[in-house]
Design a protein around this ligand. Structure first.
Ligand SMILES: Nc1nc2c(ncn2[C@@H]2O[C@H](COP(=O)(O)OP(=O)(O)OP(=O)(O)O)[C@@H](O)[C@H]2O)c(=O)[nH]1
Ligand SMILES: [Mg+2]
Length: 233
């Protein structure tokens, strides 16, 4: 697990969310197959269905909050992790998503996955409940070409249930976005990628996945904003 940042590094995917939501658990599980406990901010490159994603796991702790403003303009896409068992702080979590991503003009047009984590905890909120809470707070305007593509999915990083499916969909939405086919606004929970509609066949999309290093390198070229030096604990 990388725990040192180089200066001026560009990042593709920014993992956000309050402290304790499961950001580091997600990244370590995707990278190494199980939850590892690290504090602070981490950078890792992971592979999702053959697509390489550079991920920045930005600590939710106060000390590192100012980094959000520096890193959001450099991100191609966002994963906002929510602790679905933490009903008390759901408002705060969604407020941060709205403030740092949805209302931030520099992130316009990006893919945003809200990941309702910790579904293994009895009595936790479902993705639908979290989506409803989000729509009460924020009005999506799908008609704008600059609108984010937002979708809410649920998983348990602990049991891995739903985790790989959610990440797979996230990558597909990133690819649709790059090809200009992503649907802006809030995607419904049961909305599947209209892969066949867009690409003619799912086989073609899989082929595009394999060629993604070229697409990714083009995307990376967009993100020329300097990053910052992270000092880890
Ligand atoms: N029950 C359960 N616990 C989880 C799950 N995912 C993460 N956790 C636990 O939640 C705690 C916090 O997880 P982290 O990944 O460190 O949280 P974080 O979002 O990185 O928090 P900060 O780095 O402080 O911003 C750890 O004890 C994890 O083991 C899950 O799906 N279910
Ligand atoms: Mg963490």
């Amino acid at each position: 697990m990388g725990n040192q940042f180089g200066q001026y590094t560009k990042k593709d995917v920014l993992i956000l969310g309050l402290d304790g939501a499961g950001k580091t658990a997600l990244l370590s599980t995707l990278k190494m197959g199980n939850i590892l406990t690290f504090t602070g901010t981490h950078y890792e490159t992971i592979d999702v269905n053959g697509v390489s994603l550079s991920c920045l796991d930005l600590s939710g702790r106060n000390k590192e909050r100012p980094m959000i403003h520096l890193s959001t303009p450099t991100a191609a896409a966002f994963i906002h992790v929510v602790d679905s068992s933490d009903k008390v702080r759901l408002d705060q979590s969604l407020d941060e998503l709205i403030k740092f991503v949805l209302l931030e003009k520099k992130t316009s047009g990006t893919v945003v996955m809200v990941l309702a984590n910790k579904q293994d905890i009895p009595g936790c909120m479902s993705a639908l409940e979290i989506q409803e809470a989000l729509t009460l707070k924020y009005t999506f305007s799908p008609n704008s070409s600059l609108a984010h593509t937002v979708f809410v999915r649920q998983c348990s990083v602990l049991t891995k249930e739903g985790m790989h499916e959610a990440l797979g969909e996230f990558v597909e939405q990133m690819q649709l976005k790059r090809s200009g086919h992503a649907k802006p606004g809030l995607l419904s929970l049961d909305e599947q990628n209209k892969v066949d509609d867009v690409h003619g066949s799912s086989g073609k999309l899989r082929k595009e996945n394999q060629n993604d290093s070229v697409a990714l390198s083009k995307v990376k070229a967009f993100f020329k904003n300097p990053f910052c030096l992270f000092q880890l604990k």
